[in-house]
Design a protein around this ligand. Structure first.
Ligand SMILES: *Cc1c(COP(=O)(O)O)cnc(C)c1O
Length: 477
């Protein structure tokens, strides 16, 4: 074959975009992005030619080959698929972490999801009372539901618990001091550190006690005319053991009341258990503080996330006494942080499920409550189905079923692991990392865990329909 200038083999960008096979790509991601992708592929190839990688006769033939039967189109397809699969898309979670922040924390109950979809896609009754026709407040209903559920006097909802903390601190302690135990200056995921949050809210942090022990006298001694509020923070993502003492919220609330100060309890997860009809305990989470106890403790305000153990959509809920809640509602930041109609619709439905005795159907709870026997059966069934995939039948991978542990996740129940049974998958040719990456890049993306060089699949996080998707994803490898 005659040697020719390999650059000449590269097509023009517009010529590629005009090809009928490229039309579906243009329709999916738009002409400009497609043009950029074609330019990227051609630039890569130009780089390879310049580097001498593609200029020998045989290699030129390969370049020709990859241009002609659609090599360029294949490269384009990969880029377009990747682009279209970015963003917030459904994922399958067999990583063994129930409330996985990277995967959107709690999946809401299907009825909550339906209420959220309806609120998003239509007009909805948000700030008007449909029976009187009068204007009302968007979270009146939520407030009533949380009253019944937790015993609080009133509640409001904002975007997340971080926002709830900022709102409480700004309302009660801006320009003043906030007293908190040194053992509770937590960091929740990278960018949420209590000391930084306080600085943002314009309150001066007064840390008291020692890291491992704080007593009520420490708070008492730190009171000054500058004190704005007393704060307790649940150390939701780490556990202290040994010689430790924390100040009970009851004592803190009493001290605050005696001094005419507000007290706030950042509870974190919003865990409900006893006192709510129909709820069964979640084995392993006995140490997690309960929302109803926090309300009963006398704190003026309790803050918690909607999407942790509460099992609803992302939200920050502030529940407590009427006066304190009204003070926060009047703060200008509330308007900037208040929850949207979609989140409210999901939270209301989640509360209604708890109140009607169906709380254990809420996925976050149902997944944590799955019995070891049921999980073992699920793992065996999954392994049985995977054994029939081509990958395993051809000897390309080996399978095993063994006991394992799941994590509650999202800063709840630190140190607690739940018993499960996992499927182990080991590939002959590729490492577990490569396999995990391919499953993540698939459609839908599947998130797994790697342990001892094997891919570990924990069935605990499988929602209805997910098992089929998982088997199909592995079958497609
Ligand atoms: C999780 C958590 C937060 C942050 O809540 P987001 O809803 O993620 O904003 C704050 N405080 C505590 C104690 C938490 O556990």
């Amino acid at each position: 074959m005659e040697t020719q200038n390999p650059f000449r083999l590269l097509p023009q960008v517009d010529e590629v975009l005009a090809r009928p096979v490229v039309t579906p790509f243009v329709e999916r991601v738009g002409r400009d992005l497609c043009r950029g992708f074609v330019q990227d592929v051609l630039a890569d190839w130009r780089g390879e030619i310049s580097a001498g990688l593609l200029d020998a006769d045989g290699v030129t033939a390969r370049l020709e080959g990859s241009l002609e039967p659609g090599g360029l189109v294949e490269c384009l397809r990969v880029k377009v698929d990747e682009e279209a699969g970015r963003g917030v898309v459904k994922a399958v979670n067999v990583a063994g972490v129930v409330l996985h922040t990277g995967l959107g924390r709690a999946p809401v109950h299907p009825e909550a999801a339906a209420a959220m979809a309806t609120a998003a896609g239509s007009y909805c009754v948000l700030e008007v009372d449909r029976f009187s026709g009068q204007r009302n407040r968007r979270d009146d209903r939520l407030s009533k539901l949380l009253q019944r559920l937790t015993g609080c006097e009133a509640a409001i909802a904002v975007n997340n618990n971080a926002a709830a903390c900022v709102l409480a601190l700004s309302t009660f302690a801006k320009g003043k001091e906030t007293i908190v135990s040194r053992g509770e200056l937590v960091e929740i995921g990278g960018s949420f550190r209590m000391p930084d949050v306080m600085e943002q809210a314009g309150t001066k942090l007064v840390g008291v006690g020692a890291t491992n022990r704080t007593r009520i006298a420490d708070f008492k001694n730190a009171l000054t005319p500058e004190t704005g509020m007393l704060l307790k923070v649940h150390t939701s993502n780490y556990a202290m053991i040994g010689f430790t003492e924390e100040t009970p919220m009851e004592e803190l609330a009493e001290l605050a009341r005696a001094n005419g100060l507000p007290s706030v309890y950042d509870l974190g997860a919003g865990f409900l258990n006893d006192g709510v009809p129909g709820l069964q305990p979640i084995h392993g989470l006995e140490g997690e503080p309960l929302l109803s106890d926090a309300i009963r403790s006398g704190a003026d305000v309790v803050t918690f996330s909607g999407d942790k153990l509460f099992g609803g959509p992302q939200a920050g809920i502030l529940a407590g006494n009427l006066g304190a809640i009204e003070d926060m509602r009047k703060h200008p930041l509330y308007r900037a942080m208040r929850l949207d109609k979609v989140g409210l619709a999901g939270l209301e439905k989640t509360c209604e499920l708890y109140l009607s005795g169906r709380g254990d159907e809420i996925p976050a709870r149902a997944l944590m409550r799955r019995e070891p026997g049921e999980l073992q059966a699920a793992a065996e069934r999954l392994a049985g189905r995977l054994a029939k995939t081509e990958l395993v039948e051809s000897g390309g991978a080996t399978l095993g079923v063994e006991p394992g542990k799941s994590q509650p996740g999202s800063g709840s129940a630190p140190g607690i692991l739940l018993d499960t049974t996992v499927v182990r998958l080991v590939l002959k040719r590729d490492s577990a990392e490569v396999l995990a990456a391919r499953l993540r890049a698939g459609d839908p993306p599947v998130f797994t865990r790697i342990a001892d060089e094997a891919l570990v699949l924990d069935p605990r996080g499988l929602l209805p329909g997910d098992e089929d998707l998982l088997v199909a994803a592995i079958g497609a490898l």
